[in-house]
Design a protein around this ligand. Structure first.
Ligand SMILES: [Ca+2]
Ligand SMILES: [Ca+2]
Ligand SMILES: [Ca+2]
Ligand SMILES: [Ca+2]
Length: 195
């Protein structure tokens, strides 16, 4: 696991450039990656580290005009996908904001084809983490962060996909309140102070 993750990170730095040099980027027209995207607005580069013929890494770029050189538009990385265990199925997706900073990460950590975790970032700092129930397709735990520290944690113990157990934390260090959803509307409404 560590090895393939490292490979992914290294690829993130180098493969795009190398691919461009070697074979040129392959523009895509059938797969716009953002709502409302115009055909041809994005380019994708594919990398292969698995030793077979299939690509394992996909980098998606938005092309923006370069005022210094109008003939060569600049490319901004907007999304990166990778098949970490080389089974042909993508396991991790990372999206980047306009500054090129990580904004969202979706991962299938056990490679069963089902999402296990979503991380949301604001300017590269973690703000939300959603953990899916093992083998299922519903979120089990929601964590919310402020300045990188957990301040709220919600959990779905009943398995209906909505929180029924809640915790409030002081700056990720001290549990402050524990809540329950007593009327089954997906929001905690009965709270006790934590000791
Ligand atoms: Ca895979
Ligand atoms: Ca999974
Ligand atoms: Ca529930
Ligand atoms: Ca409730």
């Amino acid at each position: 696991m560590r090895f393939v993750l490292v490979a992914f990170l290294i690829l993130g730095c180098s493969s795009a450039e190398e691919n461009t040099k070697q074979e040129g980027a392959v523009p895509i027209s059938a797969e716009p990656i953002m709502p409302g995207a115009k055909t041809g607005q994005f380019a994708v580069e594919k990398g292969n580290v698995g030793g077979d013929e299939r690509p394992d890494v996909w980098n998606y770029y938005r092309e923006i005009p370069d005022p210094k050189d109008p003939s060569a538009p600049k490319r901004v990385l907007v999304k990166k996908e990778a098949d970490l265990n080389f089974d042909g199925r993508k396991d991790i997706t990372r999206e980047f904001d306009e500054e090129g900073t990580l904004s969202r990460e979706e991962a299938d950590l056990d490679y069963d084809g089902k999402l296990d975790q979503i991380n949301v970032y604001d300017k590269g700092v973690l703000t939300e983490k959603h953990v899916y129930r093992a083998g299922g397709d519903k979120v089990f735990i929601w964590k919310y962060f402020e300045e990188g520290k957990m301040v709220r944690m919600f959990r779905d113990d009943s398995g209906d996909g909505r929180p029924d157990y809640c915790e409030l934390w002081y700056a990720g260090e001290k549990l402050s309140k524990v809540g329950k959803d007593t009327n089954n509307d997906g929001e905690c409404d009965y709270w006790e102070n934590a000791e």
